[in-house]
Design a protein around this ligand. Sequence first.
Ligand SMILES: Cc1cc2nc3c(=O)[nH]c(=O)nc-3n(C[C@H](O)[C@H](O)[C@H](O)COP(=O)(O)OP(=O)(O)OC[C@H]3O[C@@H](n4cnc5c(N)ncnc54)[C@H](O)[C@@H]3O)c2cc1C
Length: 406
Amino acid sequence: MDPIIVVGAGQAGVALAAKLRALGYDGPLLLIGQEPVLPYQRPPLSKKYILGELALDRLLIRPPGWYEEQKVECRLSTRVAHLDPAAKTVSLDDGTDLRYSKLALATGASPLVLPAPIGGKLEGVLRIRSLADADRLAPLLQPGKKLLVIGGGYIGLEAAAVARMKGLEVTLIEKAERILQRVAAPLTSDYFRALHGWHGVSIREAVTLERLEGTEGRLTGARLADGTRIEADLAIVGIGVLPDKGLAIRADLDVDDGIIVDGQCRTSDPDIFAAGDCTSFPWRGERIRLESVGNAIEQAEHAAACMLGETKDYDPVPWFWSDQYDVKLQIAGFHRGYTDTVLRPGKREQSQSVWYYRGEALVAVDAMNDALAYGIGKKVLEARRSIPKAAAADPAVELKTWLTAS
Ligand SMILES: Cc1cc2nc3c(=O)[nH]c(=O)nc-3n(C[C@H](O)[C@H](O)[C@H](O)COP(=O)(O)OP(=O)(O)OC[C@H]3O[C@@H](n4cnc5c(N)ncnc54)[C@H](O)[C@@H]3O)c2cc1C
């Protein structure tokens, strides 16, 4: 019997393998990953791990013994170079061909890089996607050093926060008009701009990086398009990711912004499924791609069920979190297409929530140090209900009454 093969031993790959076993699949199961370490969680890489507050064994998604116990053959340091849907084989980078019965692509995403002419290859210019990246960066975060963060998305902001906590001088530049522009409303951007300002990060929005400058191949600073120069010993580039869809493209599977899957996580080949950061999937009348642990796990579990015959469509309420200093941001829902936001002050210091509406319908909530607002917002979204804007904005109104209100 040919195995089910899962390509990509990350958050989605492991969740998919685990769910296949949990649902009773007892045939051969092979998980192939190109990194040299057992599958690990990425979020702590830009948070507790890099601060030295979380050991490597706590990063692992499953303990080392789990793979043998569950009869999941995990091949590390192994890249799948090719995929042949007609022959139902994958080719490994060592030249081996393996046959599969069904295949799952969980290849994730890779960070965008700055091109060499802009200085992207200078020593001291780093990124945070993998454990190897974090291990390279951690010892360089020394008090007094000057760090330039390029990109004001969540990873850039988290990197800025850990660097400040380690005593570096931090400047963050963002080419859009405001930080978090792609992923959040102005109210949330305002909150995080103020938070970082309070912690001493210099944030410069609506600026364009002309080039990074260096001496003898080592970064010394950056030149902006307006002529300003920023001195820097280190730069962290957090300008977004691209889904890893190369295998799918070369195998002639349908792709757009990601590997195109249907509601059952099936690609344009009926025996090939996909899940996680690499997929573009249908969701409530549109096609979206998410970069989050929540989606990687839930979509992978759905894909596993569909590989075994489930026919329901994947219909998640997306969720996400970010930790910066002592603030936990929790997001429920998906803000795309919102028309309005309302701000709800929280009960604690630094606590507030931003409620996103499309017309009168609640579509998402960003909760900063406000787990109650997040929890209720998520439940309301899961129940496909809403909360009137005036009630959401009024801290005197108990939100939980809207969970049961008709
Ligand atoms: C620093 C950082 C912080 C983050 N923080 C948060 C957070 O706070 N909250 C949140 O929800 N999300 C966060 N994320 C995002 C989250 O980690 C990802 O959405 C999640 O890991 C996606 O899971 P995945 O399995 O799709 O991809 P990945 O976890 O990236 O796994 C894909 C794996 O496939 C491997 N692979 C790719 N191609 C091949 C091939 N051809 N052959 C073999 N192996 C291959 C890759 O090397 C990788 O190991 C963060 C990400 C990073 C990098």
